[in-house]
Design a binder for this molecule. Structure first.
Ligand SMILES: *Cc1c(COP(=O)(O)O)cnc(C)c1O
Length: 238
């Protein structure tokens, strides 16, 4: 039998626990098993972890820094996985992200739509799938965590949908740091429902992290983004 590394064993057991908890949350929400797509957030962890996760059946990974994501993608180009860009995006990084991301979760201002469309044309990509990130924390004016205000979501969604080379695929949100996340995720679902009236195929709701994914699943998330729950504590915060 081939030797299994300690890290493989650790990731395997964390993944099994996360998958079990996701299954429980799906069932508690009256949703079918496997309804929710789990994205393993590999930021700060090495490309070797992406490789192990792929072997363990993970099909989606998320990165929040453009350069780190690009380097990991290059190291894992042979793997059959979907790359998600989930971090705050600077306009000068759009070209890099468009070169490897299958889904960009964090479109939160018109300037990004322009830059992403420009990058899509330069990379000759027909339909870069994008989510509009909504600020679910009415108290955060500094938008530390990013996101367009709910009242501006429709205009931004329309501009993504009409941009050449981009496809509007749904919404993303991060719950406020304090308090019950459920109302925030319910607000996100309501915004999604309003936007899908005009954009019926934009059904993705990316919500929920390691600490609050059960609430997100209850509120209708289609995609959850798990870092610590799957990878363990992040090695360093740079
Ligand atoms: C890091 C990150 C996550 C994962 O966070 P965990 O709490 O480790 O699960 C999810 N979403 C975004 C936007 C992140 O930056």
């Amino acid at each position: 039998m081939p030797e299994i590394s300690e890290r493989t064993q650790e990731l395997r057991s964390r993944l099994a626990a996360a998958r079990a908890a996701i299954g429980e949350a799906e069932s508690a929400a009256g949703r079918p098993a496997g309804d929710v797509t789990m994205i393993a957030v590999t930021k700060f962890f090495p490309a070797s972890d992406v490789r192990i996760l792929a072997e363990l059946g993970v099909a989606d990974v998320g990165e929040n820094r453009a350069q780190e994501g690009a380097a990991k993608y290059a190291a894992c180009a042979d793997l059959e996985i979907q790359w998600h860009f989930i971090g705050q995006l600077q306009s000068n990084k759009c070209a890099s992200v468009v070169s490897y991301a299958d889904l960009i979760h964090s479109v939160d201002r018109p300037k990004l739509v322009t830059e992403l469309a420009r990058a899509a044309a330069a990379e000759d990509r027909q339909a870069v799938r994008c989510l509009v990130q909504i600020n679910l924390d009415a108290a955060s004016t500094g938008s530390l965590r990013g996101g367009v205000s709910p009242s501006a979501a429709r205009d931004l969604a329309n501009s993504v949908a009409s941009a050449e080379g981009l496809e509007f695929a749904g919404v993303m949100g991060v719950a406020p740091l304090a308090g019950d996340p459920l109302p925030a995720f319910e607000q996100l679902r309501e915004i999604s429902a309003a936007l899908t009236e005009d954009h019926p195929s934009a059904t993705i709701i990316s919500a929920g992290m390691s600490g609050d994914f059960a609430s997100a699943i209850r509120a209708g998330a289609t995609h959850i983004r798990l870092g610590a729950a799957v990878l363990g504590r992040r090695p360093t915060v740079r």
